[in-house]
Write a protein that binds this ligand. Structure first.
Ligand SMILES: Cc1cc2nc3c(=O)[nH]c(=O)nc-3n(C[C@H](O)[C@H](O)[C@H](O)COP(=O)(O)OP(=O)(O)OC[C@H]3O[C@@H](n4cnc5c(N)ncnc54)[C@H](O)[C@@H]3O)c2cc1C
Ligand SMILES: NC(=O)c1ccc[n+]([C@@H]2O[C@H](COP(=O)([O-])OP(=O)(O)OC[C@H]3O[C@@H](n4cnc5c(N)ncnc54)[C@H](O)[C@@H]3O)[C@@H](O)[C@H]2O)c1
Length: 466
């Protein structure tokens, strides 16, 4: 027999959970389908465990920069305690807390693999093979997320390798780690593993710099910091082969120029693929295995009737928890009949991004290159965080380039990048300035407190001639 709801959400990650929650708050009856752990990738194999693994090293690095305090460091990182903290922050892979939350939010949890079976219909196959059919009178919200992409490198798919799941839940720190991909996961996990005791960490990145989607100075300054702590960074390199003589033997990776790198583990971190291949997309005229294109109300553009929403990683707009949750709130409100204004327009103009390494890279809005494509007159202004009084009082040797990208015709900020310890906490000011299109002449009156690192805002404006 079919079970009828107003809304069926497929995928109980951060995006699906939030979309369902908002739909309930709008008075709708909601079922949420989950095939693995309620909470999704972020809670167990993403944001939370990765930040837990980085934090001890980051805290120690911060203390080492403080003369007088650094003498108090007399030991090493307690790796067992660090891993236990990781376990705690990822709930020991136990989703009972999240299940309780789903319940308290008023959603019905349906365990199993959900698939569309035509318009407004979801079939859920449970682990025991039984199938339930859920009918969604108002609509279906897809929030199925992504999995690690594994490139077609000779041997790589055949040997034992690590994805984000293995590295974030590692029980031991490998002595030698090869990291394929110098994007966000690659650099964060390379630094975490090095801090936690890996003797040799080698990053192999195809592009000519780390974090290639951000400003070039950011990747270069991060590379300097990683190399200084003993990490080998190879950029502009193509891996052509990966092999192990036996499952427990070391892995040897061969690069296109003949160089080889040896490790105990190899982490593959070259991007993601949407989990839309086995989702019944073909039953509603969409192509399986792709990111589903959506409009700013998060409705799939290729589906008539506006009943299918896709939120979070699965629409490929911005593979970030906060952005998925933002979309989810808009989708949940929209399906509940609320006025959502222009919808998820910030996806195009003001996506905040933080790479949680030391130094951090924090960016929002457009890079300089993106802005130059979009606007006729673009100015940039750079300043070194190290020259602020806040950096001097925080510690010794703090430095890092920061930059504003300005649409000179409107005199508003359209992009910002900060490099330095803990600069992620500075990012929201820039996000507000971009979203609010705050004119620079008005910003002049937003006076940063002395002595904070936020004083860089004053220095930016002075450097811009104000
Ligand atoms: C190592 C790592 C670190 C990260 N760090 C950060 C960070 O610091 N900050 C940040 O903002 N982002 C971070 N991210 C990205 C973040 O994890 C994702 O953007 C976020 O999890 C996406 O949320 P989602 O709800 O769209 O998908 P997911 O979290 O992937 O959840 C999707 C859920 O759907 C379920 N599902 C899939 N298919 C089906 C199906 N057919 N039927 C039923 N259920 C299904 C899955 O089991 C999963 O539970 C990180 C990612 C990784 C891998
Ligand atoms: N702090 C955060 O917010 C955070 C942390 C981790 C992950 N994430 C999210 O997860 C997503 C996935 O992370 P990711 O690091 O896997 O992807 P990514 O897109 O950030 O980086 C992948 C990197 O791999 C490189 N690459 C691709 N193919 C390659 C190959 N064959 N050989 C060598 N290098 C290759 C790319 O040039 C790129 O630099 C990110 O885009 C981000 O949105 C966010």
């Amino acid at each position: 027999m079919n079970e009828t709801y107003d809304v069926v959400v497929i995928g109980a990650g951060p995006a699906g959970e939030n979309a369902g929650d908002r739909a309930v708050k709008a008075g709708l009856r909601v079922a949420i389908v989950e095939k693995e752990l309620v909470g999704g990738e972020c809670s167990y194999w993403g944001c939370m465990p990765s930040k837990a693994l980085l934090r001890p090293g980051e805290a120690l690095a911060a203390l080492r920069r403080v003369p007088g305090a650094r003498a108090a460091i007399t030991g090493e990182i307690d790796v067992d305690e660090a891993l236990a903290r990781r376990d705690s922050l990822s709930a020991g892979l136990d989703d009972s807390g999240q299940v309780e939350w789903v319940d308290s939010a008023g959603m019905d949890l349906v365990r199993g693999h959900g698939r569309l079976a035509g318009e407004r219909t979801v079939e859920v196959t449970a682990e025991d093979g039984s199938v339930r059919t859920l009918v969604a009178e108002k609509g279906v919200i897809i929030g199925v997320g992504t999995g690690a992409a594994v490139p077609p490198i000779d041997g790589l798919r055949e040997i034992r390798s690590w994805t984000n799941r293995d590295v974030t839940q590692a029980k031991e720190v490998p002595a030698r780690l090869i990291v394929l991909g110098g994007g966000v996961i690659g650099v964060e996990m390379a630094q975490a593993m090095r801090w936690l005791g890996s003797e040799e960490v080698t990053i192999v990145e195809m592009a000519d710099r780390l974090i290639p989607r951000e400003e070039d100075f950011a990747g270069a300054e991060l590379q300097d910091a990683l190399e200084e702590m003993g990490i080998t960074v190879i950029t502009g390199a193509r891996m052509v082969k990966a092999e192990r003589a036996a499952d427990d033997a070391p892995v040897t990776a061969t690069l296109e120029d003949g160089r080889t790198v040896t490790g105990d583990e190899i982490l593959v971190a070259v991007g993601r693929r949407p989990l839309t291949d086995d989702l019944g997309l073909d039953t509603v005229g969409l192509e399986p295995g792709r990111y589903v294109e959506v409009d700013d109300n998060l409705r799939a553009t290729g589906v008539d009737g506006g009943w299918l929403y896709v939120v979070g990683d699965a629409n490929g707009r911005a593979l970030l928890t906060h952005q998925g949750k933002y979309q989810a709130r808009i989708a949940g409100d929209h399906i509940g009949g609320k006025d959502v204004g222009r919808g998820a327009w910030a996806d195009h103009t003001a996506v905040p991004r933080v790479v949680f390494t030391d130094p951090q890279i924090a960016a929002v809005g457009m890079t300089e290159a993106e802005a130059r494509e979009r606007y006729d007159n673009v100015d940039t202004v750079r300043y070194d965080m190290g020259h602020t009084a806040g950096a001097a009082t925080t510690g010794q040797g703090i430095s890092g380039t920061s930059q504003l990208v300005i649409d000179a015709d409107r005199r508003v900020i359209v992009g910002a990048t900060f490099v330095g310890p803990h600069v992620g906490e500075m990012l929201h000011a820039a996000t507000i300035a971009i979203v609010g299109e705050v004119p620079l002449d008005r910003l002049w009156h937003a006076v940063p407190a002395y002595p904070t690192m936020s004083e860089i805002w004053l220095r930016f404006l002075e450097a811009y001639g104000m």
